[in-house]
Ligand binder design. Structure first.
Ligand code: ATP
Ligand code: LTN
Length: 332
């Protein structure tokens, strides 16, 4: 490889990507390929920390892979693969788990949220989820990790684990830095704009799926919860409007001042319609490309097979060194 910095990121195949996943993370993955060496992954092993229907999980994983390509990840420029195809992630996860404290994992807010939401299945995978995430990143010694702001705590833990390993066994792991966009790092629910937009929201109007058709997107934006004011402006407390302005700004490239003057005196109805149309137009090429790619099963298979081979080769070198450092006996 060259001396460019290394990027790693992953996304769960727990359903179709939301506009939040797209704006906060995936949209940035394509452009990063020109400046960095990039490794991207569909994290199916993370997905099974909550119950999944096996048939749907398989389909969602393949769709997520194709969707990443439709969003601009090029498997010729990046290493793009499916997590369960590369055994080093699970292997490293065990070692890192032995360097992670129970107390640290207990403090993770995602664990607290998810264990409340899935109270009948608080399994140990849900608890050690962040260790596997640290393994994903450290198996490649990645420098930067592009994610939405909700993943910041997990990344800090990954850095702490890496640091502890380095102290115990001698400097080895790179401490990964979060790479969080300045605007759009937390897209909010359209129905409860103080909560993040999430794939697993029960209210279908709360989130835009990037494969929703134009009419559905417009309808969901028309129903978006705002406030009793009438002025389109970015102000503290106007969570719904602030969220819509952020989304509109990202898909049109207009700044907040330009948006405020565009909608001065026009009211929320006009604004919501404009946001819906702009988002639908922005996502149209993604939908078209996804339709084309998902029909080409042989090509997708070739891409994920080659991706996994490259990822394994790369991470195997790192994990062999880790095995030596912790004192495992050489196999050869
Ligand atoms: P789930 O609801 O199933 O937990 P999710 O929608 O949070 O899933 P993930 O696969 O966990 O999706 O996240 C993929 C990426 O999208 C991560 O980098 C995450 O930070 C980012 N992301 C998720 N939701 C949002 C959001 N509402 N705004 C911005 N970024 C987001
Ligand atoms: N936990 C992440 C998904 C994820 C990830 C990673 C992101 C798993 N492994 C490694 C960045 C780097 C989430 O988005 N919920």
């Amino acid at each position: 490889m060259n001396d460019k910095k290394l990027i790693f990121s992953g996304i769960q195949p727990t359903g179709t990507f939301t506009l939040g996943n797209y704006i906060g993370a995936v949209r940035n993955w394509g452009p990063l390929q020109d400046e960095y060496n990039c490794i991207y992954c569909v994290v199916d092993m993370h997905a099974i920390t909550v119950r999944q229907d096996p048939v749907k999980l398989r389909q969602n994983s393949l769709n997520s892979y194709a969707l990443l390509m439709a969003c601009g990840v090029d498997p010729q420029k990046s290493i793009l693969f499916i997590q369960s195809h590369v055994k080093t992630h699970a292997e490293l996860s065990w070692i890192l788990g032995c360097n992670t404290q129970f107390g640290e994992l207990s403090r993770m807010t995602q664990f607290k949220d998810k264990s409340q939401k899935h109270a009948d299945d608080v399994n140990s995978g849900l608890f050690t989820y962040p260790v596997l995430m640290a393994a994903d990143i450290l198996a490649y010694n990645a420098d930067l990790v592009p994610v939405g702001v909700d993943q910041k705590q997990h990344l800090e833990l990954a850095r702490n684990i890496a640091q502890r390993f380095n102290q115990r066994y001698g400097d080895f792991f790179t401490l990964p830095e979060p790479y969080i966009p300045e605007v759009g790092a937390k897209v909010m629910s359209l129905q409860e704009p103080t909560k993040k937009m999430s794939k697993s929201d029960e209210n279908p109007n709360a989130c835009i799926l990037i494969l929703d058709d134009k009419d559905t997107i417009i309808r969901k934006f028309k129903r978006a919860v705002t406030d009793s004011d009438t002025e389109v402006c970015y102000r503290e407390g106007k969570d719904g409007i602030n969220n819509l302005m952020t989304i509109y700004s990202i898909v049109t490239g207009k700044d907040f001042a330009a948006i405020e003057s565009e909608f001065a005196g026009r009211g929320y109805g006009d604004f919501k319609l404009a946001v819906g149309e702009a988002v639908a137009d922005h996502l149209e090429p993604v939908r078209t490309e996804f339709d084309r790619l998902s029909k080409d099963k042989a090509y997708l298979k070739q891409c994920y097979t080659e991706g996994a081979e490259k990822a394994l080769r790369y991470s195997q070198r790192i994990i062999s060194k880790v095995y030596r450092k912790v004192g495992f006996v050489d196999k050869t």
